[in-house]
Design a protein around this ligand. Structure first.
Ligand code: ZN
Length: 163
């Protein structure tokens, strides 16, 4: 079965930056990543690269910032109270962390400066402006269930872990 819109693909990936250092790897997690194609679950450049491939395929893809996390923006340093961080004492400049937003959402940020009660963060996504290299291995492909298509996300390996 070839990967197309409204298919669920399970895949392993190794993500490296332009310097060749590994940024993230699904092999360090227990399971492959799963995505519903056509629902924006993964960055556009990766989704485009997956389409047409099938179970067992191995391939490399390079994704430019416009098809990944976008360009780096200017003037994105914000001063935020430490209470919005999960582990403020562990944070050092350059660290990436998840900020708990007032509306209940989350945002990935990079620590710029740590003060007594406040932390300056760069709200650019940590991968903004970066060209990303993925080594991909397709583990499984199946059609999405009607419920998954309605929810725009994957319900487990067999589509039955609903929520
Ligand atoms: Zn759901």
């Amino acid at each position: 079965m070839q990967i197309a819109k409204n298919h669920v693909v399970s895949f392993h990936y190794r993500l490296t930056g332009e310097d060749g250092a590994v940024i993230d790897s699904s092999y360090e997690h227990d399971e492959p990543l799963r995505a519903l194609i056509g629902s924006g679950n993964i960055i556009p450049g990766l989704e485009e690269a997956l389409i047409g491939h099938a179970q067992g395929d191995h391939f490399d893809v390079t994704v430019v910032p416009d098809k990944a996390y976008g360009p780096r923006r200017e003037n994105t340093i914000q001063r935020v109270s430490k209470k919005y961080f999960q582990h403020p004492k562990r944070l050092q400049p350059g660290a990436t962390t998840i900020l708990n937003l007032r509306d209940g959402g989350h945002q990935a940020v990079t620590v710029h400066k740590v003060g007594m009660t406040m932390i300056d963060v760069d709200t650019n996504h940590p991968l903004a402006g970066k060209t990303l290299h993925f080594a991909i291995e397709i583990a499984a492909v199946r059609e999405a269930t009607a419920e998954e298509q309605e929810h725009h996300h994957v319900h487990g390996p067999d589509g039955q872990t609903g929520h």
